[in-house]
Design a protein around this ligand. Structure first.
Ligand code: ADQ
Length: 474
């Protein structure tokens, strides 16, 4: 059963407070459903949680890339009471390598995160990216009806808005960018910077998580395209394009419910007793060089070096889900993380205490919630992150934890009551671990209660409603 399902709600549980009358076409790299015991079910978390109820209500399409051969090209969903269609685009291995692993993940991704040491450029990446964006567009147009709203997601689909616009000048198109938009001087490192921005400007509305990314984007448009800008409106080729900040949230009702279930509470207690130390500090990330896992481990190593009184009293549990394992820099990162964990445990393990516990696999959300609940502190220290949803999941699930948060994340703009750190400053992160462990109970409580209020206000359904409302009012 889907997490938020109850009798009062739609098939997927959560309701959307705004009435969205027109049909909706979502275009995202990933499909919103997964196969579970021979049945297609909604993918839990993130976009799918927020947008499936809306699609169910308004009907329309979800266009995505086919991730494996099992997935049908066209699927009516939900099976028992079809409300909309999912269309999947089949890509060859070479197309996937150039469009997805190449252009999206080795060109745009590192530039957006200010990590150009990971940048790989090939002309074939851009050419394939353009062609695959066109394939997405063809799929969209195969089901498009005048009046439909088209909402594209993220950095995989920068060219598609303009490709649609050139065929349907009247189309209502919006795009949401989930990662940081870097400073103009960094974005322009991409040889196709102008074409990519022009592609996005096919939209009527472009969304980012925070104002800082909006400002960076407007600056890029102004300098690289010479477009006129007034406030948050871009004047381009006789059209007006609005650029807005819409910070994304998590499904707070769902995480709250899971984290307070009897099994999760029991598993959290069990984890605490297995760990056996006074303090448990956690890190939970996709294993991505932007997430700062390696520098975090080095900061924890410095902490152990500096504060002997904590030996035997604190465990750092890093959970990393495998990601982009076909890309060289991710394979290299895995080796470095494995090595750091081995080195730290080799040097500091005494008796039954090993300072670092490390899991490299995907966990269920119940498992993640029990780790969130068990933790005294979460170290979320990405070197850059568009938002970072782990922060919000942790705040929703914990009843006593302290959040140590990188100031280079979108989340830091939303959650200022965390212990903020510069993730590049190893000594600063080391000190922050100590501050988190020694924070007086009253202060912990006060910070946590404000953070919970902030996270509740964000919420992924509120985000989807707010963005769709802006799209329709524009
Ligand atoms: P991501 O880079 O994927 O998302 P994030 O927002 O932190 O980053 O979301 C990660 C998700 O993966 C969380 O829901 C978390 O629970 C889950 N996860 C992490 N480790 C896991 C594990 N071991 N097993 C199972 N699940 C795990 C991109 C941007 C972000 C932005 C989001 C949404 O990079 O900055 O917040 O999109 O816009």
């Amino acid at each position: 059963m889907h997490p938020a399902q109850n009798e009062e709600c739609s098939t997927y549980g959560a309701t959307s407070s705004t009435a969205h009358r027109n049909r909706l076409i979502i275009v995202a790299n990933r499909a919103p459903v997964r196969l579970s015991q021979d049945k297609w079910v909604p993918a839990v978390g993130g976009l799918a949680t927020a947008l499936l109820p809306v699609l169910e209500k308004q009907s329309g399409l979800w266009v995505s890339m086919a991730e494996n051969d099992e997935a049908p090209e066209t699927q009516h969903f939900p099976e028992e009471k079809p409300a909309f269609d999912i269309l999947r685009i089949q890509l060859s291995e070479q197309e996937k390598a150039d469009y997805y692993s190449g252009m999206a993940n080795q060109a745009i991704w590192p530039v957006a995160h200010y990590m150009i040491q990971h940048l790989q450029l090939k002309r074939s990446y851009f050419e394939t990216y353009e062609a695959i964006n066109k394939k997405f567009v063809d799929a969209v147009l195969s089901g498009y009806r005048e009046g439909d709203y088209i909402w594209l997601q993220d950095y995989h689909l920068m060219l598609a808005p303009q490709q649609i616009r050139s065929i349907h000048p009247e189309a209502k198109i919006a795009h949401f960018w989930h990662i940081p938009w870097p400073a103009m001087e960094v974005f322009r490192i991409l040889p196709w910077a102008r074409e990519l921005i022009q592609g996005l400007l096919g939209s009527d509305l472009i969304g980012f998580h925070i104002e800082e990314y909006v400002e960076n984007f407007l600056d890029s448009v102004r300098v690289l395209l010479g477009a006129k800008i007034d406030g948050n409106i871009i004047f381009w080729q006789g059209r007006e394009i609005r650029v807005e900040a819409h910070p994304i949230g998590v499904d707070t009702a769902y995480f709250h419910k899971v984290a307070n279930s009897t099994t999760v509470k029991r598993d959290a207690d069990l984890l605490r007793s297995q760990v056996g130390t006074d303090f448990l500090v956690i890190g939970i990330d996709r294993l991505d060089y932007t997430k700062g896992v390696l520098s975090r481990l080095l900061a924890f190593e410095s902490f152990l070096q500096q504060y002997e009184e904590y030996h035997g009293r604190v465990t750092f549990y890093q959970v990393a889900t495998p990601s982009r394992t076909d890309v060289g820099s991710y394979q290299q990162l895995k080796r470095e993380v494995d090595e750091a964990v081995g080195r730290i445990n080799g040097a500091y393990t005494r008796g039954i205490w090993s300072p670092v516990r490390y899991a490299y696999r995907t966990f269920s959300q119940d498992e993640l919630c029990s780790i969130y609940r068990a933790a005294d502190a979460a170290l979320i220290t990405p070197l850059r992150d568009g938002m970072n949803l782990v922060t919000q999941e942790f705040i929703t699930a914990t009843d006593h934890g302290v959040l140590v948060l990188s100031e280079l994340t979108g989340a830091a703009h939303i959650l200022p009551e965390s212990v903020l750190v510069n993730p590049y400053d190893q000594e600063g992160v080391m000190n922050a671990i100590k501050i988190a462990l020694e924070l007086p109970d009253a202060e912990k409580k006060e910070r946590l209660s404000t953070l919970k209020e902030r996270v509740n206000r964000l919420d992924v359904h509120t985000w989807a409603d707010g963005f769709l409302k802006s799209m329709q009012e524009g």
